[in-house]
Design a protein around this ligand. Structure first.
Ligand code: GRF
Length: 221
C-alpha cells in the first residue's frame, strides 16, 4: 500500500512489444500497490501493442523509431532528451529490445530497472526459455535488475524461481515465467518508489541489506 501523503514517483516506461509488464505496472499504480505515476510510455516500434495499453490508461505515448537514426548514439541521445522532458525518478525497461549505449546507461545509473526472463547471471541475452530447457536445468525464472553498462549484467533486485518440468516446452515455461514477471516487477518498482531499494556500487540494497546474487550454472549454454 502507498504511504499516505507521499508524492507518487514519476516513471517513464520503455517498451518494444506487447507491454504485458507495462500493464502490470499500470494496474499496480492504479490500485495503490505502487506509489508511482507513469508520465509517458515510449516505444521504438510504432506497432507495439503496449502503446494501446498506455493510451487506454490515458498515459502520453511516443514512438521513437530507431531505424530513422544513423547510429546507436544518436538514437540514445534523442531518447534521453525525450525521457528527461518528463523528469522521471525511475526509468523502467519493460520488454525494450534495444542495446543501450554506456553514455545512456550511466546517465540513468541507479534509477533504471530492467526485467529479464532468466535467473541472472544465467542465460543473459535472447531465447532464455529454450536455452534453459536445452541445458536441462531444474530451475528457471525471471530477474529484475538495475541496468549497468554490461548487458543483462546489472545487480539483481528481485527474482522469482520456478521449477522446470520434464514436459515443459518453451511456450509452457515462458507462460509460467511471464505470470511471475507481472508480480515481481510491480513489487520492485514499489520498493524503489518507497525508497527501500538503492544501487550501491555494483550491489543492489533492499532495506539496507544486500540482495544476494545467484551462482552461475556450470552447464549453461
Ligand atoms: C518479457 O519476457 C521480459 O522479461 C522481456 O521481454 C518480455 C516483454 O514482455 N524483457 P511484455 O512486452 O512486457 O509483454
Amino acid at each position: 500500500m502507498t504511504e499516505a501523503g507521499q508524492t507518487p514517483l514519476p516513471l517513464v516506461v520503455l517498451i518494444s512489444g506487447s507491454g504485458s509488464n507495462l500493464q502490470a505496472i499500470i494496474d499496480a499504480c492504479a490500485n495503490g500497490q505502487v506509489n508511482a505515476e507513469i508520465k509517458a510510455v515510449i516505444s521504438n516500434k510504432a506497432d507495439a501493442f503496449g502503446l494501446k495499453r498506455a493510451q487506454r490508461a490515458n498515459i502520453p505515448t511516443h514512438v521513437l523509431d530507431h531505424s530513422l537514426f544513423g547510429n546507436r548514439q544518436s538514437f540514445d541521445r534523442a531518447l534521453k532528451k525525450l525521457i528527461d522532458g518528463y523528469q522521471p525518478g525511475l526509468l523502467v525497461l519493460a520488454g525494450f529490445m534495444r542495446i543501450l549505449t554506456a553514455e545512456f546507461v550511466n546517465h540513468y545509473l541507479g534509477r533504471m530497472l530492467n526485467i529479464h526472463p532468466s535467473l541472472l547471471p544465467n542465460f543473459q541475452g535472447l531465447n532464455t526459455h529454450q536455452r534453459a530447457i536445452e541445458s536441462g536445468v531444474k530451475q528457471h525464472g525471471v530477474s529484475v535488475h538495475f541496468v549497468t553498462p554490461e548487458l543483462d549484467g546489472g545487480p539483481v533486485v528481485n527474482r522469482a524461481i520456478i521449477d522446470v518440468d520434464s514436459s515443459d516446452t518453451t511456450e509452457s515455461l515462458g507462460k509460467r515465467v511471464l505470470a511471475e514477471e507481472h508480480k515481481i516487477y510491480p513489487e520492485a518498482v514499489s520498493w524503489f518508489a518507497n525508497g527501500r531499494l538503492q544501487l550501491n556500487g555494483n550491489q543492489a540494497m533492499l532495506d539496507g541489506e544486500p540482495v544476494p546474487a545467484l551462482e552461475k550454472y556450470a552447464n549453461e549454454t
